[in-house]
Design a protein around this ligand. Structure first.
Ligand SMILES: Cc1cc2nc3c(=O)[nH]c(=O)nc-3n(C[C@H](O)[C@H](O)[C@H](O)COP(=O)(O)O)c2cc1C
Length: 230
């Protein structure tokens, strides 16, 4: 099983250690991207990706190897510490670059058969909104099954996290790993993804953005074909 982790930070604190715990339990082939170390561009708002094609993004070349590891993965893990109730700026800037892949534009068919995980840690509060920041992208990319784990660690470093908290983390992470492993190679997207796809299909039938319409036609999705049934 191929696993790609996008770390929303470049240091190895609580979020990193929890994320690694999950990766160890999944015991797959691991690729890790650290932000902003491995990708530090902000979306410049040119909208080229939406209108003229993703290859017209000024950061396309730099992003391509990362996109490739995401596309090759069976499991995508997005992980971020909570910064002022949300994901890190580095994670947000990274995700902005994949707006064109949202179901409202040109989702990648393989996404519908992948599993995704959002992991966040806070000192106290903010994991719900932070996980939502990341889960929104996974959902609109079309990722079939999405899991979330967030916890207040009551610490600003992994070394200071209590044994009791570590036991709680271990239990939760094991439970997610079990579910992921049980769905290995047999992901069917949940109702939310399937309904979203159907709604987006109605919009695509109106032909609002020519490059998107062309893409949906090529995939056969306007003729009733479903990306998860390929
Ligand atoms: C800029 C910044 C903003 C933060 N904002 C919050 C916050 O809104 N809520 C919170 O509980 N902790 C907040 N924290 C604390 C971290 O989320 C918390 O210590 C987290 O576990 C750090 O993860 P890490 O060890 O992976 O870096 C903030 C930390 C930083 C550096």
């Amino acid at each position: 099983m191929k696993i790609t982790i996008i770390h929303g930070q470049s240091h190895k604190g609580s979020t990193f250690h929890i994320t690694h715990l999950l990766a160890e339990k999944l015991d797959g082939e691991l690729t890790e991207i650290f932000l902003p170390k491995d990708f530090d561009e902000f979306c410049c708002g040119c909208t080229n990706c939406f209108i003229n094609g993703e290859d017209k993004c000024p950061h396309f070349k730099k992003l391509s190897p990362i996109t490739e590891t995401i596309d090759n993965a069976d499991v995508i893990i997005l992980a971020s510490p909570v910064y002022v109730f949300h994901t890190t700026g580095a994670m947000k800037s990274f995700l902005d670059h994949y707006g064109y892949r949202w179901m409202s534009h040109r989702p990648k068919d393989s996404m519908f058969r992948k599993q995704g995980v959002c992991i966040s840690t806070a000192a106290g509060a903010g994991v719900k909104s932070t996980n939502k920041d990341m889960a929104d992208s996974l959902l609109f990319w079309g990722v079939g099954k999405i899991y979330r784990f967030g916890t207040g660690v009551a610490a600003t470093s992994w070394e200071r996290v209590s044994d009791k908290k570590r036991r709680h983390i271990e239990k939760k992470v094991s439970s997610i790993a079990k579910k992921i492993l049980s769905r290995r190679n047999k992901v069917r997207p949940g109702i939310k993804v399937r309904v979203l796809f159907s709604v987006m299909r109605l919009f695509q039938k109106k032909g609002l953005n020519p490059i998107d319409t062309k893409y949906w036609k090529e995939q056969g999705w306007l003729d009733g074909k479903k990306p998860w049934e390929n």
